[in-house]
Design a protein around this ligand. Structure first.
Ligand code: BES
Ligand code: ZN
Ligand code: ZN
Length: 501
């Protein structure tokens, strides 16, 4: 895997390459930043006067051998106007790209130029540290010759420099960033691994391996147990594949036993060919990322344990392939789900909802405080929201507010989507209780959510996250994500939510 980068705090501003963050200056003034030495201040003023640097988002200006105030090189990075935490994540990616372009292998960033820009300095520092660690992620473990092996000199550490002793809160912020980024990168790796190397069995093994040494308890059900537990939807989807399904359970107790757990459910479809309702071949290779909901909840549980969160939490990941083998289920087939409802399957490509239905019904039986599920559930959510916003479905306004608050803190964008009785009525079956596709053709993400709702017991707060668009980064929108690949989306938001529920 890609080499991680360490972020360390130092009580000294000595460094050969100093990185200075600056927000966009008001009309004629220079970009705004911390108090600088006279040499660096002069560089900034001249750069601004020349029109070379304004403090705009994604701006970078490098001075080599400028020897300003004892620093050999100086790098200015723009944050934009009134920078948010997200601006610091982006700025971290821009910093690394500029340092790499100028072949700099050791650098220190001016701590005050981060914390003086915002009300909550520790939060900005956390975001910057997350940005560094998320930016260096690269899925290269299956290349025999890695680009990173070729050049020996690589940036392994970034120091954050303070003239005085850095406050304990800053140290905590960097520690938190390290855990969150590590667990998000772990979720990305699961998403990037091809189905040849990440079958349901492997997914379970990777989970067990990652949980070693933490307080997490991991239990994995095999096919016989899944059948015995009457997970009809999971068995229905799995029957077309030679790979056996798995049901992964993760438990974490960080609060008194009497406290009901926060429950996470994630779609673990390690490859979705569509089954007998087979998908077109264009981009089918991307369907290895159909387990990203599972990866998100696994990453979330790892992070909660590593952060010693004061919460009880459980995660369930139904895992299978969706293949058109000789014993595959056929359109029109009917199965009995875990909650006793019958489902007729008109399209075997709408399989995520079948395996989630069983997992959600089982989750409700445990009487949790709340259930959040994450799934690459519908192509329709890509049409509605693209790759930037995760669609959230819930009828619980109070829960939606809490989710929005968590998302505001982490910078992972969510958007509330409709879920109404209209959508529920569209999912009635003809010869069974339910049909797995809508009788109407539109609002595919909402009708999918309405199908899931059929497996939620009354009185349990629940929200569904359709991450089909956001789990896979493309078009290079997020600079701290790989240009094309799994994003590990919602790990940070789920952790934030659980800690504050
Ligand atoms: N895994 C797909 C959804 C998906 C599509 C994820 C594109 C990521 C990118 C899901 O299982 C699926 O195929 N859904 C169908 C449902 C339809 C048949 C009702 C879809 O969205 O086309
Ligand atoms: Zn599908
Ligand atoms: Zn799918």
């Amino acid at each position: 895997m890609s080499k991680p980068i360490r972020v360390v705090l130092r009580k000294s501003t000595e460094t050969s390459t100093l990185v200075v963050y600056a927000s966009k200056g008001k009309k004629s003034g220079t970009p705004s930043t911390a108090k600088l030495g006279p040499g660096i201040q002069k560089l900034l003023e001249v750069a601004h006067k020349d029109g070379a640097f304004h403090g705009d988002k994604k701006e970078a200006l490098f001075f080599r051998h400028c020897k300003a105030d004892g620093h050999e090189n100086v790098l200015f990075i723009g944050l934009g106007e009134k920078p948010t935490a997200e601006c610091f994540r982006v700025a971290a990616a821009v910093t690394l790209a500029a340092l790499k372009a100028h072949k700099v292998t050791s650098a220190g960033v001016l701590g005050d130029s981060i914390i003086k820009q915002v009300k909550d300095g520790a939060h900005a520092l956390q975001a910057l540290a997350e940005g560094f660690m998320l930016s260096v992620y690269e899925f290269n473990e299956m290349k025999t010759k890695r680009a990173s092996d070729a050049k020996k000199a690589e940036l392994e550490e970034i120091s954050v420099l303070f003239a005085g002793a850095p406050s304990a809160a800053y140290g905590k912020a960097v520690e938190r960033a390290t855990v969150l980024a590590e667990c998000q990168n772990f979720a990305r790796r699961l998403g990037d691994l091809p189905s040849s190397h990440l079958t349901p069995t492997h997914l379970a093994e990777e989970t067990i391996k990652a949980a070693k040494g933490t307080k997490l308890k991991v239990t994995v059900w095999d096919e016989a147990r899944i059948k015995k537990e009457r997970f009809g939807g999971l068995m229905f989807v799995a029957q077309g594949s030679d790979e056996p399904p798995r049901f992964i359970i993760m438990e974490y107790n960080g609060a008194p036993k009497s406290k009901k757990p926060v429950c996470f459910v994630g779609k673990g479809l390690t490859f979705d060919s569509g089954g007998i309702s087979i998908k077109p071949s264009q981009s089918m290779e991307e369907m290895k990322y159909d387990m990203c909901g599972g990866a998100t909840v696994i990453g979330t549980m790892l992070a909660l344990a590593k952060l010693n969160a004061k919460v009880n939490a459980i995660a369930y990941v139904p895992a299978t392939e969706n293949m058109p083998g000789g014993s595959a289920a056929k359109p029109g087939d009917i199965y009995y789900a875990r909650n006793g409802k019958t489902v007729e399957v008109f399209n075997t490509d709408a399989e995520g909802r079948l395996i989630l239905g069983d997992a959600l019904a089982y989750a409700c039986e445990q009487k949790p405080a709340v259930i959040l599920d994450a799934a690459t559930l519908t192509g329709a959510i890509l049409v509605s929201l693209g790759n930037t916003h995760t669609g959230v479905f819930s009828r619980d306004e109070k829960l939606l507010k809490k989710l929005q608050a968590a998302s505001d803190t982490t910078g992972e964008l969510i958007w509330p989507m409709p879920l109404t009785d209209f959508h529920r009525d569209d999912m009635k079956g003809i010869h069974a209780d339910l049909c797995n596709i809508s009788s109407g053709r539109l609002a595919g993400s909402s009708t999918a959510a309405a199908f899931l709702e059929e497996f939620i017991s009354d009185g349990i707060p629940w929200a569904h996250f359709d991450i089909a668009g956001t789990a896979w980064n493309q078009h290079g929108r997020y600079l701290y994500c790989p240009r094309k690949g799994a994003s590990g989306v919602m790990v940070r938001t789920f952790v934030e939510f659980a800690e504050n529920y």
